[in-house]
Design a protein around this ligand. Structure first.
Ligand code: KG4
Ligand code: ZN
Length: 333
């Protein structure tokens, strides 16, 4: 029997989940809207809001899961990567809670957890599988050999795919975080209206820095000719940028699948909520005979459900950490 309470506070969402014998029975996510005023996450504000949110989120998770504090067998937390101040709130709360309840502590790597979100619901991928992990801070192709035996076989050399979405949204004066809004507008636009060059990067790695700049120059140039260019073409710009990002991601994923001879293919992280990426992956699966795995929406963007399932698999191995654990330091993938 195991009831694991998990805390995720790596960026700007305070989330608390409960995993009861391998089933997620609560996944409370308190979003921080304050950052919308600034067009991006302000780390100091994020840590302060985590402090306000964390106790109510824990209380709500216990209510939703119909358990009490006394039922908890272990406390799992995101150790990193993430914003240091935000992580500190989660780590400090987890340590104190585990100490007060006299239960073990479980440290979880946020990027492992995005991948292990695939073990919350059915169908679950079989090992080995390839996972394209695409978030606001990361873009990786990971060869997943077992729950905690993972190898990064390709990654971005500079910016993440999520940043390309968010930066595009900012250029178009859409509010932060813009990725979901680009997705929404893209659904009404023509993906082939404008063309953006695919970065030529060797092997399985990615680069989005030059791509982001090319969008900036493209929009500036168009606006010189027509000041209403954005207003008149918003849906088409979103659809074309989104299409280009998805092509970059899927071309590398296809290359990796061929190189490793693997047809079990998953996507994870915030950008895996993108409807175009989900459709594109389905098309690739139909063409290439892949079995594909896409997490439910609530487990794509940052959430403690994924920390709880990762914590559960560590609990089964008695893989605990001491009270002296620090956030992030000496973390390995
Ligand atoms: O995994 P996540 O919640 O946080 C990090 O670990 O970074 O990912 C957040 C990123 C942001 O860049 C956000 O704009 C992007 O995921 N995102 C999306 C969509 N939903 C979230 N990007 C494109 N389309 C979406 N529907
Ligand atoms: Zn994340």
């Amino acid at each position: 029997m195991s009831v694991i309470l998990a805390i995720e506070s790596s960026c700007d969402d305070t989330s608390v989940a409960i995993c009861n014998n391998g089933k997620i029975t609560a996944n409370v996510i308190a979003n921080q809207t304050i950052h919308q005023n600034y067009g991006g996450v302000i780390p100091e504000l994020a840590s302060r809001v985590h402090q306000q949110n964390i106790v109510p989120a824990v209380q709500q998770a216990l209510i939703n899961a119909k358990v009490t504090k006394q039922d908890i067998n272990a406390v799992a937390f995101t150790r990193g990567p993430g914003l240091l101040g935000s992580l500190l709130v989660g780590v400090s709360f987890a340590k104190s809670f585990a100490l007060a309840l006299n239960v073990p502590l479980i440290s979880v790597n946020h990027m492992h957890a995005h991948i292990l979100a695939h073990f919350i619901d059915d169908p679950k991928p079989g090992f080995p599988f390839l996972c394209l992990t695409v978030s606001g801070g990361h873009t990786q192709i990971v060869l997943v050999k077992d729950y905690f035996d993972m190898e990064i076989v390709g990654e971005t050399l500079d910016d993440a795919a999520g940043e390309a979405f968010d930066k595009t949204a900012k250029l178009l004066a859409l509010p932060y975080p813009g990725g979901p809004l680009v997705d929404k507008h893209a659904q009404h636009g023509n993906p082939l209206a404008f063309k953006f060059a695919e970065p030529q990067i060797a092997g399985l790695n990615f680069s989005f820095s030059g791509f982001k700049t090319s969008i900036l120059y493209f929009i500036r140039k168009q606006e010189q000719e027509n000041p209403d260019f954005i207003a008149e073409n918003l849906d088409d710009i979103c659809a074309s940028v989104q299409y280009s990002i998805i092509q970059i991601l899927l071309n590398k994923l296809k290359k990796a699948a061929k190189q490793y001879g693997i047809k079990e293919i998953a996507i994870a992280g915030g950008v895996s909520a993108n409807s175009g990426l989900r459709n594109g992956l389905q098309q690739a699966a139909d063409e290439l005979g892949w079995n594909i795995y896409i997490p439910a929406f609530q487990y794509c963007t940052d959430n403690a459900g994924m920390i709880a399932i990762a914590g559960y698999h560590k609990f089964l191995k008695n893989d605990f950490v001491g009270q002296d654990v620090s956030p992030m330091a000496r973390m390995e993938f």
